[in-house]
Write a protein of this length. Structure first.
Length: 173
């Protein structure tokens, strides 16, 4: 199985994005994959925002992205854009860091109008880091997190992600 990394911009585990991350992590683990979590909020803020790659926690975060077989990027959407913390972390990555890896974007927000953030903000950010295998992600309204419909949509997204991992794993063997 593969080593997967979930990058979470959730302000807390109980926040809607945190709940979505927990659900997707459980779905991926149930398929036998190893899942690591990178909670951006737990990184040292000053080092993150000043791009201090000599900080051991920042260096470890970047290394975990570069060594993952697949990456899930989960962010709350504020004013039709991803979390600044998520962007700050992705800005630390080399230009083609996500090339060849399956990437699953996930987002939560308080209004259906924020759905545009997936196509017009998050996808271009991932593409700028070389993501060439972006799986169709999911946007979940905050009020729907935990609902059966949201759970089904997130399970389908996890399945798409696992399917996208397969070609990379076959080439590696």
């Amino acid at each position: 199985m593969s080593d997967l990394l979930i990058i979470s911009g959730a302000p807390s585990p109980a926040a809607p994005t945190g709940q979505v991350v927990s659900h997707v992590a459980a779905a991926l683990e149930a398929t036998g994959h190893r899942v690591a979590h990178l909670n951006v909020r737990a990184l040292p803020t000053l080092s993150l925002l000043t791009e201090d790659l000599s900080d051991p926690e920042i260096a470890a975060a970047v290394s975990s992205v570069l060594s993952a077989d697949g990456v899930v990027v989960a962010s709350p959407v504020y004013r039709a854009a991803y979390s600044g913390l998520v962007k700050a972390l992705l800005d630390l990555l080399p230009k083609k860091a996500l090339r060849g890896r399956a990437v699953l974007p996930l987002a939560t927000g308080g209004s259906q109008g924020f759905l545009v953030a997936m196509d017009y903000a998050l996808h271009p950010l991932l593409a700028s880091k070389g993501a060439d295998r972006v799986v169709r992600g999911e946007f979940v309204l905050d009020q729907n997190v935990g609902s059966p419909a949201a759970a089904a949509a997130l399970n389908e997204a996890a399945d798409r992600f696992v399917t996208a991992l397969t070609p990379r794993l076959r080439r590696a063997s």
